[in-house]
Design a protein around this ligand. Sequence first.
Ligand code: PGA
Length: 251
Amino acid sequence: MRKKIVAGNWKMNLNYAEAMTLADAIADGLQEGDCEVVLAPAFPYLQDVLRRIGHHERISVAAQNCASIDKGAFTGEVSASMLASIGVEFVIIGHSERRTFFHDSDKALADKVRLALLFDLIPIFCCGESLQQREDGHHLQVIASQLESALFMLDVTEILSTVIAYEPVWAIGTGMTADPIQAQEMHAHIRSLLSVKYGSEVAKKISVIYGGSVTAANAESLFSCSDIDGALVGGASLKADDFLEIVKVCG
Ligand code: PGA
């Protein structure tokens, strides 16, 4: 059985007090369940969120990004090894906001993935097509190429330590969720690409989560799809009740 995961991507939101209140509310409100919960606060809050949720077996902490280089004179960057050294367990890599606004290239993303794994961080590797690409009928190809260029250089052990997040760019922060048929089609496509590259037994074990305007209202229909193993949640992860409801629906 592959792992179910619901991750909250807090992005560049919340001040310190708000972030701590949210972390506490999620830790306090979390009920019994199987799915793993991952919180991704901004860099300055990572260590304190880790301290606050440390007692909680089901919750882990993710960074929202890491550098593509290990160390040195790179002002403003944060390396995978630094994140690992404070106990962070996951790192989001290749989010569309990084690709679009910060020009993260496929090469840089491949380097980030490699470094994350080198320091035992689990990459949550994001892929997704734009609306234009979908309307042109290129969406399946776009995802194949994003995986090919930044993930499929991994060996079997490494890919098994990776989570894939399918996040159609047109669905992020827009309220336009992919419908379950569109999402399932892409998740099945991703699994078949994994299967061709690594074999079906490996493909079956890799969690592929969906992101893009996931809410408590649409989570159930998405999670009922056979290849959707959870969610990467942005906006709805900033309210403890909404996020906890999504986690509950996931199981
Ligand atoms: P959203 O963001 O849920 O606000 O659409 C998802 C994401 O960017 O990971």
